[in-house]
Design a protein around this ligand. Structure first.
Ligand code: DGL
Length: 270
C-alpha cells in the first residue's frame, strides 16, 4: 500500500509530554497537518507494564491509521521503549513509524563518543534498558548512567514546572551518585522539556541537557525528505484528541499552540 504525502502525521503520548514534540514538529514542518492523541485516560504510562503500554499503543495506532495518517510518531519514550517494534510490525506498509529514542542515540554518536552521559526517564524507559542496548550497539565508548525519576511526570501534569516543589524533587534526583560527573543528560521523557530550565539550573558545570523534541523534529524532517513524503498541498488544521478530558491537557495545548484549539474525545476500541 502506498503512503500519501498530503496525509497527516499522527503523534501520540500518554498526555501533554508529546506536545513538546508536536510543537517542535510544527516549527520545523509548518506545512504538515498533525493529528495529536494524548492518552490521558491511561496516564502515566511510565509505571504501567510493558504489555499494557503495548496494548494502548496498538489501539492508538489503529485509530491514527483510520484517520489516514502517513506516519506515526511515538512521542513518548515509555511507549517507544515498550511498543515501537510491535507498532512497526502492526503498521506494516500502511504508514511509516518513528520513535523518539533513535534520533537521540544518533545525536549521541555524533556528539558524545567516549563521554559519560546520564539518562532520566520513567521506570518503563529506564528498566527496559533500550537506551543502553542501542548505545552499546554504536560501539563508540559512550558510558550511560540511568535513573528512573517517576515523580517528575505527575508534578509536570499538575503544572509544577517552576518553583520550590519541582526544584526540590529535581535536586534530589540529580544529586543521585549514579548521575555524578556527566557531560550530558538525556531528558528521556517527552514531559521533561517542560522542566528543562529547572534541570539546567541545577548544573553549575558544563552539562548539556539533551531535549529530544528538536532532535526528533529534525530527524522527522529528514525522513520525510528522504522518502519524498512532504505535504506539497494546502495545510489542513491540526487535530487534538484525548481519551479523557483533563484541564491540564487543555491548558497546555493552548499554551503550546497559542490559539484556541478544539479538543476531541475519542474512545479507543476495546
Ligand atoms: N511522556 C512519556 C515518556 O516520554 C510518558 C510519561 C508517562 O506517561 O509516564 O515517557
Amino acid at each position: 500500500m502506498s503512503v500519501i504525502s498530503s496525509a497527516p502525521i499522527g503523534i501520540f503520548d500518554s498526555g501533554i509530554g508529546g506536545l513538546t514534540v508536536a510543537r517542535a514538529v510544527k516549527a520545523e514542518l509548518p506545512g504538515e497537518q498533525v493529528v495529536y492523541f494524548g492518552d490521558t485516560a491511561h496516564l502515566p504510562y511510565g509505571d504501567k507494564s510493558t504489555a499494557a503500554i503495548q496494548a494502548y499503543s496498538i489501539k492508538i495506532t489503529q485509530m491514527l491509521l483510520e484517520k489516514g495518517c502517513k506516519l506515526i510518531l511515538i512521542a513518548c519514550n515509555s511507549a517507544s521503549a515498550a511498543g515501537y517494534d510491535l507498532v512497526t510490525e502492526y503498521v506494516g506498509t500502511r504508514a511509516k513509524v518513528l520513535n523518539v529514542i533513535d534520533p537521540v542515540v544518533d545525536y549521541l554518536r555524533e556528539h558524545f563518543a567516549h563521554k559519560r552521559v546520564g539518562l532520566i526517564g520513567t521506570k518503563q524507559t529506564v528498566n527496559s534498558k533500550v537506551y543502553e542496548q542501542k548505545i552499546a550497539a554504536l560501539n563508540q565508548g559512550i558510558v550511560l548512567k540511568s535513573l528512573a525519576t517517576p515523580l517528575l511526570v505527575p508534578i509536570i501534569e499538575e503544572g509544577f514546572t517552576k518553583g520550590e516543589i519541582s526544584s526540590k524533587i529535581i535536586h534530589k534526583y540529580l544529586n543521585d551518585p549514579e548521575l555524578a560527573d556527566l557531560e550530558a543528560l538525556i531528558l528521556g521523557c517527552t514531559h521533561y522539556p517542560l522542566i528543562k530550565e529547572a534541570i539546567s539550573n541545577y548544573y553549575t558545570e558544563n552539562v548539556e541537557v539533551i531535549d529530544s523534541s528538536e532532535i526528533v523534529a529534525k530527524a522527522l524532517k529528514a525522513y520525510l525528505s528522504f522518502n519524498n513524503l512532504h505535504n506539497r498541498g494546502e495545510t489542513k488544521p491540526d487535530h487534538f484528541l484525548v481519551s479523557d478530558f483533563t484541564d491540564s491537557f487543555e491548558a497546555s495545548t493552548r499554551m503550546f499552540f497559542g490559539r484556541s484549539i478544539h479538543l476531541e474525545l475519542v474512545q479507543l476500541v476495546s
